[in-house]
Design a binder for this molecule. Sequence first.
Ligand code: PLP
Length: 273
Amino acid sequence: MKIWLDGGLQDIESARVSVFDHGLTVGDGIFETVKATDGRLFGLTRHLNRLTRSARGLGLPDPDHDEVRRACTAVLDANPMPLGRLRITYTGGHGPLGSDRGEHGPTLVVAVGETTRRPDSTAVITVPWTRNERGALTGLKTTSYAENVVALSRAHQHGCSEALFANTVGQLCEGTGSNVFVVLDGEIHTPPVASGCLAGITRELVVEWTGAKETDLPLDVLQRADEVFLTSTLRDVQAVHRVDERELPGAPGPVTAKAMRVFDERSGDDQDP
Ligand code: PLP
């Protein structure tokens, strides 16, 4: 396995990042997960633009898009696989023990792992912890993901693949690694970015391609919605067949099934929409 680090390809066994890298010591880093199908990257321009937005939010220097593109291509060429999740990580670099940044500049790592297509439907739980819709990191794709790790592990304990958060005012927000949509009276709704959710790339495309509305929704909408579905780079559009104790038999329902079809057709047309 080859990864990209320090400006070139390296063997994963010998590649080294400082133990004082702030991505490790204080979670001062950002990332993107990009889907690679037969070596072709999906939506790379959108991912690079979001990487830059996240970098600016953290006060990191803008990532060099040409270098990141070169790194992605080199890593995919060196590790051919039918369906891969390419991981771009960009950290504050190594520095002093503490939160002050060092002088060494950012660390860029690009790696890839094999993945499989997700099932058409899944079960989710809601968790009692909240997303902060007004935090310094809100909406940024940072490597400070421990809250998501805790919530996801609770989901797994309950036989679910995702955990959904409300924000601090009780509105539906997002999952640990996905955005959430509900169907009410035949119309598709998803929480607005102001709810504190990540501006998901799949979410953005689904809103554009289905006309879904961005609506403030209370968390308990999940108990009465006709259909519920998730979106993310690795799930695409995935129906929900159980939320906590509530079963949604027949998922994917008709509206979700149509959104899945539209997404499959349109995303197949253009690898960098
Ligand atoms: N929300 C969070 C917290 C995420 O981490 C992700 C993706 O990893 C998403 C939503 C979905 O975003 P995307 O569709 O860009 O993968």
